[in-house]
Design a binder for this molecule. Structure first.
Ligand code: PLP
Length: 339
């Protein structure tokens, strides 16, 4: 990847003539089944451009309470675009009925829901895949409806749909559903190159030609024009060629890690669907940070997902040997604390 970056042919992205950026945008647009795409520095910027494209000040964005756009983007939908996020449904998903119930209140001075927001995989849920079609028992248990049903309701009722697909590659590998089918539910979709795919930075926002043309202006106004960006776009192209199918290894290792640490007495560990392992702290005598601090001291980098959940992310830097070492270090550290 570093060699590909060093060899990248570059132009000036602000003038739209960086050939490596243009190649990356075209490849991702095709992969997502959208007519156009724009390369931006971060997933947060891709999401915030989407909010700006679809909403005017005073509009609402409907999404699940644990959505990245609601809890991890510094209230920027409000700060940058004057949009209010209306949480609906369960922490990690919602149903068509939740959306319809919110829309039914609009006449009473409630902000109109212009944008219906989906996220796949759901980061706060430990990278759970939001199913495209349903219903399945897992959906029922999680309190979510199928994405396709939600999208159909939105479009039937004149609402736009954005899919935060920072982790969509993981959903694709875990479910076997193609990227373009997963993205078909949404008008605009953002995907990250910098998470599981291992590029140092970069996300891409894809959608209709006219919207993406507007997105280029918004990107610049948000400070996202980044000149010889082909250097980083080359990392993204390399990641598309080499780092997508190998996500299955991350998912396999995450399951192994979950199995290895589940017997420890202080937490409940769910079987991960993708690369994030969430350990829910059950012991009353401790919390997530009190476990994470000694784990970090012993070389296991992790952090509280919320106050009572420890999150471990398995990534391409963790091979089988490293995973075994991590599992052993977690078991040793936690056993010490318990004794
Ligand atoms: C990481 C992430 C983002 C934001 O990406 P950054 O590049 O860190 O700004 C948005 N949505 C989800 C679901 C993410 O996991």
């Amino acid at each position: 990847m570093r060699a590909a970056m060093a060899a990248a042919e570059v132009g000036d992205d602000c003038y739209g003539d960086d050939p490596t950026v243009l190649a990356l945008e075209q490849r991702i647009a095709e992969r997502l089944g959208k007519p156009a795409a724009v390369f931006v520095p971060t997933g947060t910027m891709a999401n915030q451009i989407a909010v700006r494209l679809h909403c005017r000040p005073g509009d609402a964005v409907a999404t699940h309470p644990g959505a990245h756009v609601r809890i991890h983007e510094d209230a920027s939908a409000a700060a940058l675009s004057g949009a209010q996020i209306m949480p609906i449904g369960a922490r990690h998903g919602y149903r068509v009925d939740d959306l319809a119930a919110l829309a039914a209140e609009e006449a009473c001075g409630w902000p109109p829901v212009r944008l219906v927001w989906l996220e796949n995989t759901v980061g706060d849920a430990g990278g759970a895949v939001w199913p495209l079609v349903g219903p399945t028992p897992a959906q029922t248990a999680a309190g979510v409806d199928a994405m396709a049903d939600i999208s159909l309701w939105a479009h039937t009722h004149g609402r736009a749909v954005h899919l935060d697909g920072a982790r969509l590659w993981n959903a694709h590998i875990a479910s076997g559903v193609t990227m373009d089918r997963l993205a078909a539910v949404a008008d605009t979709v953002s995907v990250a190159l910098s998470k599981g795919l291992g590029a140092p930075m970069g996300s891409v926002l894809a959608g209709p030609v006219e919207l993406i043309e507007q997105a280029r202006r918004v990107k610049h106004s948000f400070g996202g024009g980044f000149r010889q960006a082909g250097v980083v776009a080359a990392a993204g192209l390399f990641a598309l060629d080499h780092n997508v199918s190998r996500l299955a290894d991350d998912h396999r290792r995450a399951r192994l890690l979950a199995e290895a640490i589940a017997p420890l007495p202080c937490w409940d560990v769910a079987t991960p669907q993708t690369n994030l392992v969430i350990a829910r702290v059950a012991a009353p005598w401790t919390d997530a940070e009190s476990l994470c601090a000694p784990l970090r001291d012993n070389g296991v980098l992790c952090y509280p997902n919320v106050a009572r959940e420890v999150r471990f992310a398995v990534h391409m830097g963790i091979d089988d040997d490293a995973l075994a070492a991590v599992a052993a270090a977690i078991i040793a550290t936690v056993t010490d604390l318990v004794e």
